[in-house]
Design a protein around this ligand. Structure first.
Ligand code: NAD
Ligand code: UD1
Length: 340
């Protein structure tokens, strides 16, 4: 059993990871400033696992606070989810994004170095591949970014690689997520976007529940199966299980590595819409509009390295991802609150 510090542990992916970590016998300590999550997530983790994780309402920019956490707990490894994640907003507010995602992360890494906790799993993103030359995307493909959010992910990877070069005691795994969607089967945990969603499945969910009128499909003239963009959607519970494998692996090795977490399958916007229609039993209206700037036609992962290194692969189908998203949306039409 290991004791894992999870930053951003009340957020969308972090909360699912906490459930899987606890269910596989680990102890979890969460640090989150609740900027983009609700304290009620703790009740839900407890309801699902029977265990209430230790929780610190704290900003990762607070070095003294983090020191206190490490002194109060003998942490074996850190999984670092905390950060801002909206691509469009990062273009409007680059300083806020660099401050939170870079200065915040540096603060965490400095304190980890100070206290001698040198095992870390970092939330990176497939966005670091920019416009990939081909698919499936392998981990050694060239990296580049087109927006501040993506730059914060790539910069974190570079910083972490340099830390590992400087000190061979560090073990760092950067996990490059493809498109996480879906929700816990119980309907108790899921994604609660702030305002009007930017991402496809949260937007479709709002159309299905009647809070938005129709889906805007961003372009149907891409070179894909039906002209709409193709992505590698991965169930958030599969992703969460990937973190359990990753942290176990990181605890047994040294050095720096990057690993894709995806399914290896691509689905078009219309294919996802139709899967969601099947899940909710309704026809969902859509209109084709202009392409969204910065979008690429196709993006899906090579999953070979994750299988070889972590012994992990995704299992859930696109239908299950949509069914679970729909269940969560129906059970939590106003998001996660203290209404259990
Ligand atoms: P989320 O917003 O649901 O969770 C992030 C959590 O971090 C929130 O609970 C928020 O309150 C907390 N947080 C933010 N800044 C903080 C700070 N300074 N101190 C303490 N807590 C802070 O996001 P998510 O979808 O769960 O994403 C988790 C991580 O995975 C992020 O780093 C994100 O960039 C990355 N990622 C997400 C996706 C995706 O599609 N969701 C894709 C690739 C990578
Ligand atoms: C986006 C981000 C990416 C981030 C990822 C996960 C951009 C350009 N990229 O990826 O950096 O890592 O989210 O958070 O923002 N679509 C529609 N209508 C909609 C919404 C989306 O047609 O209302 C289409 C898009 O054009 C795309 C697909 O659906 O083809 C998926 O879009 P989205 O869910 O936003 O994810 P990505 O663009 O892959």
């Amino acid at each position: 059993m290991s004791k894992i510090l999870v930053t951003g542990g009340t957020g969308y992916i972090g909360s699912h990871a906490c459930v899987e970590l606890i269910e596989s016998g680990n102890e979890v300590v969460i640090v989150d400033n609740l900027y983009n999550s609700n304290i009620a997530v703790l009740d839900r983790i407890e309801k699902l696992t029977g265990v209430r994780p230790t929780f610190y309402e704290m900003d990762i920019l607070d070095a003294d606070g983090l020191r206190r956490v490490f002194h109060e707990h003998k942490i074996d490894a850190v999984i670092h989810f905390a950060g801002y994640k909206a691509v469009g907003e990062s273009v409007e507010k680059p300083l806020e994004y660099y401050h939170n995602n870079i200065t915040g992360s540096l603060t965490l890494y400095m304190v980890m170095k100070e206290v001698g906790c040198k095992t870390l799993v970092f939330s990176s993103s497939a966005t670091v591949y920019g416009s990939p030359k081909s698919c499936p995307i392998e981990e050694d493909f060239p990296v580049s970014t087109t927006n501040p959010y993506g730059s914060t992910k790539l910069m974190n990877e570079m910083i972490l690689k340099d830390i590992c070069i400087s000190d061979p005691e560090w073990s760092v795994l950067c996990l490059r997520y493809f498109n996480p969607i879906g929700a816990h089967k119980s309907g108790l945990l899921g994604e609660v976007p702030n305002g009007i969603p930017n991402n496809l499945v949260p937007y479709i969910a709002r159309v299905a529940i009647g809070q938005l009128e129709y889906l805007r499909v961003f372009g149907d003239d891409y070179d894909t199966v039906d002209g709409t963009g193709v992505r590698d959607y991965i169930h958030v519970v599969d992703l969460a299980k990937g973190h359990v494998s990753a942290v176990n692996h990181a605890l047994g090795v040294k050095g720096f590595d990057t690993i894709n977490l995806g399914t290896g399958n691509g689905y078009s916007v219309l294919e996802v819409l139709h899967a969601y229609e099947k899940a909710c039993g309704k026809t969902l209206p859509y209109k084709v509009v202009e392409r969204r700037s910065g979008d690429i036609a196709t993006c899906f992962a090579s999953t070979t390295k994750a299988k070889e290194v972590l012994g992990w692969e995704a299992n859930y189908t696109i239908d299950e991802m949509c069914e679970d998203s729909w269940r969560f949306t129906q059970m939590n039409p106003k998001g996660i609150g203290t209404d259990l």
